[in-house]
Design a protein around this ligand. Structure first.
Ligand code: NAD
Length: 251
């Protein structure tokens, strides 16, 4: 998919805001048909409207199997297939230290970030297997490879996404399906707004690692890498965990 054509279909979760919105718009610009999926159907609809005729919006809760199945059915009904899946929807945690985080918060973050990513992958894979090709791009995080970049639930969920990425890559390497993950560094999105409510003790404990980072990305810098990973230019990349962080993780 060097020059993605109009026959290609990409599902992007979390497409109503931030990185997912930028991914959906970037795919739309390359002529790929886009299924802009989000918990918030209004923001998904705005993204789809910005793309125009080559996009539809679908409301989905990726943490809910029935909702995910309905979203995939809607995508396949509309466009016949799914070539690209960007598992991007996710939430941040409160940064509370492990002893202070509630089990409720833990469950919610794991259910959305990790189980949700699995549920969408699980529902889309049969369509990719049916036509013997497909590309999955997961949005993990620096917290997927480091212990001190976020709270315990988010960190565990994103480490899980990294493991899921490698397992899917290995499982279907002989079936024409690739699966890679990006690890965004801090990026100007809705997640950044949550910083105001971070647990003070937990956030202070993360500060030594956070302060190693020297810059904040814009969502388009993540989207460009997702478009590359979904393209034939990345045809031999499978199971790669790609930092997109301006060098933060190199330090
Ligand atoms: P964002 O809040 O701007 O966008 C996230 C989108 O996901 C929202 O539109 C939201 O409605 C949607 N969403 C949340 N829960 C959902 C659910 N259950 N089902 C469907 N959609 C749901 O945040 P963002 O920064 O663009 O985050 C996108 C991804 O990037 C997330 O996985 C996040 O963990 C990851 N990430 C972000 C940063 C950062 O600094 N912004 C850094 C590393 C990783």
């Amino acid at each position: 998919m060097n020059n993605p054509s109009t026959e290609r279909v990409a599902v992007v979760t979390g497409a109503g805001s931030g990185i997912g919105r930028a991914m959906a718009l970037a795919f739309g610009r390359t002529g790929v048909r886009v299924v802009a999926a989000d918990l918030d159907p209004e923001t998904a609809a705005k993204t789809a409207a910005e793309i125009g005729a080559g996009a539809i919006a679908v409301g989905v809760d990726i943490a809910d199997e029935g909702s995910v199945d309905a979203m995939v059915e809607r995508a396949v009904d509309a466009y016949g297939t799914i070539d690209v899946l960007c598992n991007n929807a996710g939430i941040i945690d409160s940064m509370a230290l492990p002893a202070d985080m509630t089990v409720g918060e833990w469950n919610r973050v794991i259910q959305i970030n990790l189980t949700g990513t699995f549920l969408v992958t699980h529902a889309v894979l049969p369509h990719m297997l049916e036509h013997g090709s497909g590309v999955i791009v997961n949005t993990a995080s620096e917290a997927g490879i480091r212990g001190g970049a976020s709270g315990v639930a988010y960190t565990a969920s994103k480490h899980g996404v990294v493991g899921l990425t490698k397992n899917v890559a290995w499982s279907y390497a002989d079936k024409g399906i690739r699966c890679n993950a990006i690890l965004p560094g801090p990026t100007m999105t809705g997640v950044a707004e949550a910083a105001a409510n971070f647990d003070k003790l937990g956030a202070a404990r993360l500060q030594p690692i956070i302060s190693l980072n020297h810059s904040i990305a814009v969502p388009e810098q993540m989207a460009d890498v997702a478009v590359f990973l979904a393209s034939d230019a990345a045809s031999f990349m499978n199971g790669a965990i790609v930092p997109v962080d301006g060098g933060w993780s190199a330090g």
